[in-house]
Design a binder for this molecule. Structure first.
Ligand code: FRU
Length: 458
């Protein structure tokens, strides 16, 4: 069981009520409610015996737990109901997922009237695995409508060497036909296998997001969808160093494209077991293309509904590089810096004696944004490496940071185009002081809100 007053448990990032969570799955809007599903082990705070957990919301920010949606139940999924999606096929909510039986991954499907009880489709495996793709390199169906067809992309590996995304097509969402590879990695640098492919239109382009097995990172391509093939025009990493993984994008009822990712633990299993839960999701983000055709993302506007009191940061003493001071462990921070050569950033989760502290630092000359974690915890059983991202700013472009600190979860969004996501596990009860700093000359401004809980019933 989870323990009360757990100092590392987030409040406004989704977690399972207890035990293990990994990928977001089957995000769907139906009769005024958002449905969020997730990879879940209901028996332990570690991966295994994967079911689909379920929660619902009317506003994207307050969530209510629901009974398990999918449990291993037939010969194809006895060892787990893995990642997938839900779409409305001519009025029929239809779920596609990967079943694992200990030897093979196959794509399965189920239907439901009420989004509570799911009935597996009798045919079991619904698509063929092509030659050159191994039985354990074939998973995570993502289904979308385009023109007169339903399309499904499935994550795969070509010869267990190169990431690949396979394409299938159907007239009715039931009978599927192979259409070959949508896109294959051109070299070996993007991982051996691609998990959780998402393929969707954004603006006047198409976006492909893939998670690079095994936890190597997440990559985004922006390009064209022509003759059932993807033609990339731009690409780059998302959530550097796999800070979030296995993303799921979803088109909301208002036409926005929203995305969630899974944030893994970065501490030893004994610590996880003591707390009784593992894994969180990112906040929902809105996806956009910027004016240069690059992929952009930022926390969905609804998140502001969880803001409670606005804090008033105190100006620092004259001569101090700490311009504003505040405190908290569940904060939404907007900071803007006009840059010259000064090193700027935020210090968070600082203890009174200074032994514990976490810093977000931007080095303008190196164009590097980092989360410095080496002093983030006195525990030897948690990861404390720094996380780095590269950020090019235009000549007069200020640095705009949106920082979501939620106990052990830290999300940093910079100028809508770089995100660093990681975990921090301070041990001292007073590790909650924060400050904005500017080392040198430069103007900065900040607004900070204390954040409330997304779980009214927990
Ligand atoms: C990604 C992943 C998916 C798979 C699921 C199993 O984290 O490995 O490829 O479907 O998790 O839980």
């Amino acid at each position: 069981m989870s323990r009360p007053n757990d100092p590392h448990r987030p409040r406004f990032h989704f977690t399972a009520p207890t035990n293990w969570l990994n990928d977001p799955n089957g995000i769907f809007h139906h009769q005024g409610r958002y449905h969020l599903h997730y990879q879940h082990n209901p028996q332990a705070a570690k991966w295994g015996a994967i079911h689909w957990g379920h929660a619902t919301s009317t506003d994207l920010v307050h969530w209510q737990d629901e009974p398990l949606a999918l449990s291993p139940s037939h010969e194809h999924d006895l060892q787990g109901c893995w990642s997938g999606c839900i779409v409305d096929v001519d009025g029929q909510p239809t779920l596609y997922y990967t079943g694992f039986n200990g030897e093979r991954q196959v794509q399965c499907s189920a239907t439901s009237q009420d989004l509570v009880q799911w009935t597996p489709r009798p045919q079991g495996s619904i698509v063929q695995r092509p030659a050159g793709v191994g039985p354990q390199d074939f998973r995570d169906p993502y289904v979308f409508r385009h023109g007169d067809w339903w399309y499904m992309v499935v994550g795969a590996s070509l010869n267990h060497e190169r990431g690949q995304c396979l394409l299938y097509r159907s007239a009715d969402g039931v009978e599927w036909h192979e259409r070959g590879a949508l896109f294959t990695a051109s070299d070996l640098r993007l991982g051996r296998m691609w998990e959780c492919p998402n393929f969707f239109p954004l603006g006047d382009k198409w976006v492909l997001v893939v998670s690079l097995w095994l936890f190597l990172g997440v990559h985004v391509f922006v390009g064209r969808f022509e003759n059932e093939r993807f033609v990339p025009e731009w690409d780059g990493p998302l959530d550097v160093e796999a800070g979030a993984f296995a993303h799921l994008a979803f088109r909301g009822p208002d036409g926005r494209t929203l995305q969630w990712g899974w944030i893994n633990e970065q501490r030893d299993q004994a610590l996880i077991d003591a707390d009784g839960w593992a894994g969180a999701l990112t906040v929902p983000r809105e996806l956009l293309l910027d004016e240069h055709g690059r992929f952009a993302h930022r926390p969905a506007a609804e998140l502001a509904r969880l803001r409670q009191a606005e804090l008033v940061p105190e100006p620092g003493a004259d001569g101090s590089s700490n311009r504003f001071r505040f405190a908290g462990r569940h904060l939404d921070i907007e900071a803007e810096f006009e840059l010259n050569t000064a090193k700027v950033g935020l210090e968070l989760l600082r203890s009174a004696d200074g032994q514990e502290r976490t810093r977000i630092v931007f080095w303008p000359e190196a164009r590097r944004l980092s989360i410095e974690r080496s002093h983030s915890s006195l525990s030897a059983d948690v990861r404390r490496q720094d996380v780095h991202g590269h950020l090019e700013l235009g000549a007069d472009e200020p640095l705009q940071l949106r920082v979501l600190l939620d106990a052990s979860v830290l999300e940093v969004y910079a100028n809508d185009r770089l995100s660093l996501i990681t975990r921090v596990y301070p041990t001292l009860a007073d590790s909650d002081a924060a400050a904005l700093f500017v080392e040198g000359q430069g103007r900065a401004s900040i607004r900070v809100w204390e954040m409330g809980s997304m779980f009214p019933d927990r």
